[in-house]
Design a protein around this ligand. Sequence first.
Ligand code: ADP
Length: 243
Amino acid sequence: MIRLKNIKKSFGKQMVLKGIDLTVEKGEVVVILGPSGSGKTTLLRCINFLERADSGAITIGDLSVDCHRATKKEILALRRKTAMVFQHYNLFKHKTVLENVMEGLVVVQKWPVERAKERSLQILEKVGLSQQIDMYPSQLSGGQQQRVGIARALALNPEVILFDEPTSALDPELVGEVLSVIQKIAREGITMIVVTHEMGFARDISDHVVFMDNGVVVEEGKPNEIFHAPKEERTKQFLKRIT
Ligand code: ADP
């Protein structure tokens, strides 16, 4: 379903990704853990070409691209297979909740407005925001804003949703509502790659866990293996610090 092969990325002289390989099966939820600065966000951003990796290859479904050589057309095609949920929501401030969710369908996917509206309303109901459809982001709590971000990603019906620390900007009391929405959609079998520091959530939601440090995958495996019987010293130290 998704395959990353030897992804490398440097910023100036700093090599942030040092050859990442990763395979994600259809319907699988993969959680990426690791200390701050280990390259997790950069890896997500390379998957949808918000950053272009210096080398390596990315396959999503039936499309494979060479990161270094990818054409604009290939990049657009690959992007359409993904949707991203950002740490800071990245909503359009001057659009309502409903308009935020419809935007990608109407502008990018060229859906007729009425059909886009119908689908957006269904998805907003799923994330518990039927009462807020005409509100603006500034009128919402952080948790509600992030649920709009999730609805917007879901609306696009992507092959994979990339979550970049979706709860790290939230007040602690708002984290739960966002995690439970993510959990609900995970149960529907949507393929997800999730960067998070929420260990309990990571354990509950993941089918596969990847531990990254300093630009490399140090260890990966089933959640039970990684959380209860990590093999690598760096993984052990990280889990000891964070839990
Ligand atoms: P993580 O998500 O694991 O915290 P990041 O991928 O955000 O790690 O960052 C990895 C390293 O890359 C950090 O040292 C960060 O400062 C650096 N970095 C990330 N984005 C950029 C950028 N656009 N320009 C320069 N350095 C960057």
